[in-house]
Design a protein around this ligand. Structure first.
Ligand code: UT7
Length: 320
């Protein structure tokens, strides 16, 4: 059996930064409310050319460059996104073409904000089974295109961006790599966070709808369960963790999770203040930042966790 190791990280953020104060000129909100309730200070919003494909391909190029890997060595591309550029071809296939890759396979995975954790789990199964030796996992999101810009309860929370990792097969006794993944869903809660409208309903533009406080409650309890599960499955304790790289939805949820794990604030990677919630892109964006600035070093034990629409949620534990 093979083991999955993280070989490369990369990310892309749109050039345009939109502050809370700028949003306050469009909807009835304030910088103070947004910062106090969410920790968000600004977000990046995509220009027309910054599509899910464009940003995902750029993040993937940077992950390949980090690993020193040629695009043609990639066996599979899995893109986690809730905002694909079109119904099909999948954004993953468009990114495959943008990278000049003509071999292997590519597909999109829909698990909302948990998409990156889900995609890592799926890639790991391909690698451990021997079906793939090299998989690009990309989270790329353009939530600005599905937000209701008149709904202050949601439009201030999200941003656009992409993050990518290159996963490779290593020998099972490698001293680094993915240790376990734990993914869950419960469709009974589909009505507390969803995209309204559907393909072919021209009179109903697709908009994100969220019952924020209900999602918040589920996030705190389900994420606690998912991180406990990851540690228990491997006989590890909280003190073994070097870094928590959580989904970046709300600073209060992130802080609660860090506290529960007994981590110091310095051990929790936070980008929500600058990126807002970039859904499936948030974890690989945060991971890329913390690897490139030297915080996460080879051999460190990293825990990732996310919850999103579905509801979907999960965690994964790896040694970088
Ligand atoms: O990534 C997927 C998972 N998503 C999440 O995990 C998000 C989870 N939820 C949250 O992060 C929080 O619930 C929110 C940030 C969305 C909202 O914070 P909250 O403390 O739960 O506030 P609330 O929804 O209970 O609203 C409190 C008040 C309301 O006014 P009233 O009814 O108390 O008078 C809202 O109308 O805040 C009002 N409000 C706002 N005020 C100023 C809602 N949005 C805004 C706004 N500016 N942008």
């Amino acid at each position: 059996m093979k083991r999955t190791v993280f070989e490369g990280v990369g990310s892309y953020l749109p050039e345009r930064i939109v502050t809370n104060d700028e949003l306050a000129t469009r909807v009835d909100t304030s910088d103070t409310w947004i910062r106090e309730r969410t920790g968000i200070g600004q977000r990046h919003l995509a220009a027309p050319h910054e599509t899910a494909t464009f940003m995902g391909a750029e993040a993937a190029r940077r992950a390949l460059a980090y690993a020193g890997a040629a695009p043609e060595t990639v066996d599979a591309i899995i893109v986690a996104t809730s905002t694909p550029d079109q119904g099909f071809p999948a954004t993953a296939v468009s990114i495959q073409a943008a990278l000049g890759i003509t071999r292997g396979f590519a597909f999109d995975l829909s698990a909302a904000c948990s998409g990156f954790v889900y995609a890592v789990s799926v890639a790991d199964a391909f690698i451990r089974s021997g079906q793939c030796a090299s998989v690009l996992v990309i989270g790329t999101e353009v939530y600005s295109r599905i937000l209701n810009w008149e709904d202050r309860g949601t439009c201030v929370l999200f941003g656009d961006g992409a993050g990518a990792v290159l996963l490779r097969a290593a020998q099972d006794d490698a001293d680094r790599g993915l240790i376990s993944t734990h993914i869950h869903s419960d469709g009974r809660y589909g009505d507390i966070l969803y995209i309204d409208g559907a393909t072919g309903q021209a009179d109903r533009p697709q908009h994100l709808v969220m019952k924020g406080s209900e999602v918040f409650r589920h996030a705190v309890s389900k994420l606690a369960g998912a991180v406990d599960e990851a540690l228990a499955a491997n006989g590890l304790s909280q003190s073994d963790i070097d870094w928590l790289v959580p989904h970046q939805a709300n600073r209060r949820i992130i802080d609660a999770m860090g506290k529960r794990l007994g981590l110091s604030p310095e051990q929790v990677v936070v980008t929500v203040d600058r990126h807002a919630n970039t859904s499936a892109a948030s974890i690989p964006l945060a991971l890329d930042e913390a690897v490139r600035d030297g915080r996460i070093q080879p051999g460190h034990l990293v825990l990732i966790e996310a919850l999103g629409g579905g509801l979907t949620w999960g965690s994964a534990l790896f040694r970088f």
